[in-house]
Design a protein around this ligand. Structure first.
Ligand code: SAH
Length: 219
């Protein structure tokens, strides 16, 4: 692996191992997930000036008023997504810097990721390519429409909070599919797990979270 990807000092393997220990103390159990987070260089997903803070359990700015999700929330959402067995086709809304995408791509067959801010998507794509992750398709669009071309999906992960679940996302779920999505507004958000059954949708509230708002249109 090249030195930039490997990291040194505050971006080294030891720092990643400490982050994983913290995730375990926070209740994350999935061994494949923990191993992927131990080896994925999170520091390349933020600006160089912030690299030394990239393994702290905080959200950091990635430009365009957006943030990289904190390691715990990436781990928690991924663990919930994989809880009922492996997933083949996962739709991700809100690529951002691409870190969550990198984690997903190492745990499921194919990731379809949608981002409304063009320059963020382009940067994420370059980084994920540098990491050698090729099972990812990218779309510059308002994720409120989902990605009908490749539907149905057996997993959907949403990284920005709408006030209610966009209809198109529900419609693009296969029977048995699971969606992990924050719902709410500036007064409070909850993480939800939605499962599509033969007869409809089961919706469970998991825990309070803080996400950037789900916006419409693209830029
Ligand atoms: N998992 C990402 C989270 C980034 S923050 C990371 O760790 O970097 C959420 C992202 O969702 C932002 O990049 C924002 O532009 C995007 N977003 C918000 N509303 C969206 C929408 N309607 N469609 C697609 N992306 C959206």
């Amino acid at each position: 692996m090249n030195f930039r990807l490997q990291g040194i000092g505050m971006t080294s393997q030891r720092t990643r191992d400490r982050m994983v220990k913290r995730l375990q103390m926070q209740g994350i159990r999935n061994p494949q997930l923990l191993s992927v987070m131990a080896t994925t260089p999170r520091h390349i997903f933020v600006d160089e000036a912030l690299a030394s803070r990239s393994y702290e359990d905080t959200a950091l700015p990635i430009g365009h008023n957006q943030t990289i999700s904190q390691p715990y929330i990436v781990a928690r959402m991924t663990e919930l997504l994989l809880e009922n067995g492996p997933r083949q086709k996962v739709l991700e809304i809100g690529t951002g810097c691409g870190y969550q995408t990198a984690v997903l791509a190492q745990l499921v067959d194919q990731v379809y990721t949608v981002e409304r801010i063009g320059p963020l998507l382009k940067k994420a794509k370059d980084r994920l390519w540098e990491l050698g992750l090729k099972n990812i398709r990218y779309l510059h669009s308002d994720g409120g429409w989902g990605w009908p071309e490749f539907a149905p999906y057996d997993g959907v992960l949403v990284a920005a909070a709408p006030t209610e679940i966009p209809e198109a996302l529900l419609a693009q779920m296969a029977v048995g599919a699971v969606m992990i999505i924050p719902i709410g507004d500036e007064n409070g958000q909850q993480l939800h797990r939605v499962i599509r059954t033969e007869s409809g949708f089961e919706d469970d509230v998991i825990e309070p979270v803080v996400f950037v708002p789900f916006l419409t249109g693209k830029q």
